[in-house]
Unconditional design. Structure first.
Length: 195
C-alpha cells in the first residue's frame, strides 16, 4: 500500500505549471479566463498648436496706432480727399466770379482815359485773365503737379490783392475790390489745404 502511494505521480499544484514543469504559464487563471494580453497604446496624432489670440480688430500694420484698422485709415483718406476737392472747386468758382467782375469793371472804363482809369482797365483785364486761367487749372480732372498748381494759385492771389488796391481808389469799384479780396482769401485757403 505504501509502495503504490509513493509511485503515484504528485498532482500539480493549483495555479502551477501543467506542461511537465517546463515553465509555461497555465492556460487559465482562477477565474477560468485566458490571461489578457497587453494591448499597445492607441496611436495618438500630434495636434496643431492653437492660433494666437486675435488682437482688438487687428492692427493695420506699422504706423497705425492700436485699435486702428486699415479700413479706418481708408475712410480718413477719403474724407480728406473730399475736403480737398471741395476746397479746390470752391476756389475755382470764386476765381470765375472774380474774372467776370473784373472783366465787367474793365469794360466800363473807356480806353485812352485818364491814367487812373487806364490803370483800372488794365488791372481789371489782367485779373480777369489770371482768374480765368486759374479757374480752368483748378477745374481740370487730370493729375497735376502740386508745385505748378501752387504757383498758379499763388499768382492769382497776388494779382487779386493788387487789383483790389487799385479798385479801392476808383469810385464805384468797391464791389469789384471786395470780390477780388474774396478770391485772394479762397486761394489762401486752398494753398493751406495743399500744405
Amino acid at each position: 500500500m505504501a509502495a503504490s502511494a509513493a509511485a503515484a505521480p504528485a498532482a500539480p499544484e493549483r495555479g502551477g505549471t501543467q506542461d511537465g514543469g517546463r515553465g509555461r504559464p497555465a492556460a487559465s487563471d482562477r477565474t477560468g479566463r485566458a490571461p489578457s494580453r497587453a494591448r499597445p497604446p492607441p496611436h495618438t496624432h500630434a495636434r496643431a498648436p492653437a492660433p494666437p489670440p486675435r488682437r482688438w480688430f487687428g492692427a493695420g500694420g506699422p504706423g497705425y496706432p492700436h485699435r486702428v484698422t486699415t479700413t479706418t485709415s481708408q475712410t480718413t483718406t477719403q474724407e480728406e480727399l473730399f475736403r480737398f476737392l471741395e476746397d479746390r472747386f470752391g476756389c475755382a468758382q470764386t476765381c470765375a466770379e472774380c474774372a467776370r467782375a473784373c472783366a465787367l469793371r474793365a469794360s466800363l472804363v473807356d480806353p485812352g482815359g485818364p491814367a487812373d482809369q487806364e490803370a483800372v482797365r488794365r488791372k481789371g483785364i489782367m485779373c480777369a485773365e489770371v482768374c480765368d486761367a486759374t479757374c480752368r487749372v483748378l477745374s481740370e480732372q487730370g493729375s497735376q503737379d502740386e508745385a505748378a498748381l501752387r504757383v498758379q494759385v499763388e499768382w492769382c492771389r497776388a494779382v487779386c490783392l493788387e487789383s483790389a488796391h487799385v479798385f479801392d481808389a476808383h469810385p464805384g469799384a468797391e464791389d469789384t475790390a471786395k470780390v477780388c479780396r474774396e478770391c485772394a482769401q479762397a486761394c489762401t485757403d486752398f494753398m493751406t489745404t495743399l500744405a
